[in-house]
Design a protein around this ligand. Structure first.
Ligand SMILES: Cc1ncc(C[n+]2csc(CCOP(=O)(O)OP(=O)(O)O)c2C)c(N)n1
Ligand SMILES: [Mg+2]
Length: 366
């Protein structure tokens, strides 16, 4: 069954903290019942991701980072809201736009930056790069460069959990463009048929590279695609961290308690190009301006100040902290060693297999 879910928009002003530490109903407006500390924590994490991505873009222009590099700029509220719906033991699969997810899933920013820099201290020992972060301990099972590649794998992980009788849930993040890949449909079909504990999340930033959703999808209300598999689907405002958290938490807990899979569509705006090398010339000035107006980090900051959760100084202090953490991540990456080329194939297979049909085992790679 398909439906949409949106939180009511800010009605209010000047929240006050109750003695129990949450924001009081009448004065709290859109933050009623929320812990002020938690709201500050969300703002900090969203800002950290923003600063991290800005430093990643800079590192790319300095040729410190090679390969492809896609940023979460403009998607910070979606990233943080989604990750706050998961337990640390839950599993996450993402597309290649995953730096923010890695940080919000609990991986130190330094290890994420080190992966971008291709250093041994990175999440994939420097061999994965921007698109292939992986950390079993944190429950991040990749980072996939093939559009839709993660969707059947996430479904398989959910089958494994179900088979073993575990209580974990799999979250499978993807972009809007991914919903036109065959594997998306195959995976949703089997997940619904077998009622697997997986929540599919479509981050609808309204662009698949330079192509808009309405030019690529016959059904551009992407959450409705769940209906084809008799799966629950809903849409949420991806610029609203609390709305994303609440919708995702509901669907994750439903999946955990045997209620089956669901599809959540989070709509937001990509602030920059598809990847760091894309000047996004296909975008109109209007659409760029619209994206700027929708900036979830700037808007959340303004809302927190308006509701009295933080004042200007406190917000700036959180921003200084986030900047320092992003800078420290860069310093950590810069100081970390490059991998030795002889380790190139060390992590490709679980057992040693020559990775080149023309070479015999133990022949030098370079
Ligand atoms: C199977 C496959 N086809 C094409 C590509 C090239 N490609 C890389 S990203 C991308 C667009 C995907 O857009 P979307 O799913 O909306 O994700 P976003 O980049 O917006 O996060 C395409 C076509 C690819 N990586 N894999
Ligand atoms: Mg997209």
């Amino acid at each position: 069954m398909a439906q949409t879910a949106t939180r009511s928009k800010p009605a209010s002003r000047g929240g006050t903290k109750s003695r129990r530490g949450s924001v009081r109903g009448s004065g709290g407006g859109q933050f009623a019942g929320e812990s002020p500390e938690l709201l500050q924590d969300y703002f900090h994490e969203m800002t950290l991701i923003r600063r991290f991505e800005e430093r990643a873009a800079q590192g790319y222009t300095q040729a410190k980072i090679g390969g492809y590099c896609h940023l979460n700029l403009g998607e910070e509220a979606t990233v943080v809201g989604l990750m706050r719906s998961l337990r640390s033991s839950d599993l996450l699969y993402t597309n290649y736009r995953e730096h923010g997810y890695a940080i919000a899933k609990g991986i130190e920013p330094g290890r994420v930056m080190a992966e971008l820099y291709g250093r041994t201290t990175g999440t994939s020992k420097g061999w994965g790069g921007s698109m292939h972060m992986f950390d079993v301990a944190a429950g991040l099972l990749g980072g996939y460069g093939i559009v839709g590649g993660q969707v059947p794998l996430a479904t398989g992980a959910a089958l494994a959990i179900d088979y073993r009788g575990g209580d974990q849930v799999v979250m499978c993040q993807m972009g809007d463009g991914t919903t036109n890949i065959g594997a998306f449909h195959e995976a949703l079909n089997i997940a619904a048929l077998w009622q697997l504990p997986v929540v599919f999340v479509v981050v609808n930033n309204q662009l698949g590279m330079g192509t808009t959703v309405d030019k690529s999808s016959a059904e551009s209300d992407l959450y409705k695609r769940a209906a084809a598999y008799r799966m629950h689907g809903e849409r949420v405002d991806g610029n609203d961290v609390l709305a994303v958290r609440d919708a995702a938490t509901r669907l994750v807990e439903q999946a955990r308690s045997g209620g089956g899979p669901a599809l959540l569509e989070a709509v937001s705006e990509r602030l920059k190009g598809h990847s760091v090398v894309d000047p996004a010339k296909y975008r109109s000035e209007e659409s760029v301006e619209k994206a700027k107006q929708a900036d979830p980090v700037a808007n959340f900051r303004a809302q927190l100040i308006e509701a009295g959760i933080v004042d200007e100084d406190a917000a700036s202090e959180i921003e200084r902290k986030a900047q320092a953490e992003a800078d420290a991540a860069v310093a950590f990456a810069d100081d970390s060693p490059h991998p030795d080329p002889s380790t190139l194939f060390d992590y490709t297979y679980a057992t040693p297999v020559a990775n080149d049909s023309r070479r015999l085992p133990a022949d030098p790679v370079f």
